[in-house]
Write a protein that binds this ligand. Sequence first.
Ligand code: NAD
Ligand code: DAU
Length: 332
Amino acid sequence: MAHLLVTGGAGFIGSNFVHHVLDHTDHRVTVLDALTYAGNRASLDGLPEDRFTFVHGDITDAELVDRLVADADAVVHYAAESHNDNSLDNPRPFLDTNIIGTYTLLEAARKHETRFHHISTDEVYGDLELDDPERFSESTPYNPSSPYSSTKAGSDLLVRAWVRSFGVQATISNCSNNYGPFQHVEKFIPRQITNVIRGIRPKLYGAGENVRDWIHADDHSSAVLTILDRGQIGETYLIGADGEKNNKDVVEQILTIMGQPADAYDHVTDRAGHDLRYAIDSTRLRTELGWQPQYQDFEAGLAATVDWYREHEAWWAPAKDATEAFYASKGQ
Ligand code: NAD
Ligand code: DAU
């Protein structure tokens, strides 16, 4: 049994990871989360009190971080400002949390010689052409496009430097786009599902030809546990489930699942600097560490996600109006 400190555990992927760990291992979990607009304490309701502790605090608070890291066997670092559209509107919080927050955690891990796993994104590699035969791999050069992805790239480089210069026992994973329960309504899939529930037409940026490589959040969690168990210190692992789809197809699938005409959506102003295509080659994780995704049927996973949002309106409704007002102010 181990004691994991999970930063950002009240967010989308972090909360899925906490549920996964408590369901599939006997580890203890402490979550450190600032409960920004993206954090939701209700995503962690009902967890066993003898194995789960919630700490409301900021990863840039060095004194708090030092105390919590000293008490943990491993840190799993999810906390971040995570939304590209917000980073185009106001980049500053991305620098504070993604760069200074990661630095603060690394310094504590260095001091206490604590195992560290850094959660990152495929966006650090920039984007691919639609017909590019090569997908992203561990050796693809960094080429981030947005304030969000550049701060994630910066945080990855900090981790690599702390491994090499100070011997921190760290691994990094870069994952593709996640879907599943507990995702904020600002993100593509939950935004469209909750729009349809509210009687609003889904909003597609530009022509909708951009491709994302979808993976269920639960598969991301099992991959991270695998890397924590068997990953080689200092190494990077790409996480993906061969789930490439263009945005137009995903919107049409959501509308069909929800009993609406497949063309009942609007094209809106495109995202500035919009990355065209992400695609992950996860061969290394599969062959070296023996990981396999469990959610291979995207349509079934999407239908289950639609059901989750239908059944959990009280969870997402408080954020919906403000999110749509923000997008409306941007012509989106
Ligand atoms: P999210 O925005 O849903 O959650 C982020 C969480 O971090 C929230 O609970 C928030 O309150 C917390 N947080 C933010 N700033 C904090 C701070 N200064 N101190 C403490 N807590 C703070 O994000 P997500 O989509 O769950 O992403 C989690 C991680 O996974 C991020 O590092 C992101 O870069 C990475 N990632 C996300 C995806 C995806 O598809 N969403 C894919 C690959 C990687
Ligand atoms: O690839 C991993 C990344 O995936 C993570 O690092 C990010 O944290 C996560 O937010 C996600 O980034 P994207 O920018 O790909 O996700 P988003 O949900 O914002 O958008 C997905 C695609 O859908 C993208 O091409 C933009 C488009 N989109 C988005 C919204 C919100 C629309 O067409 N309409 C919309 O309303």
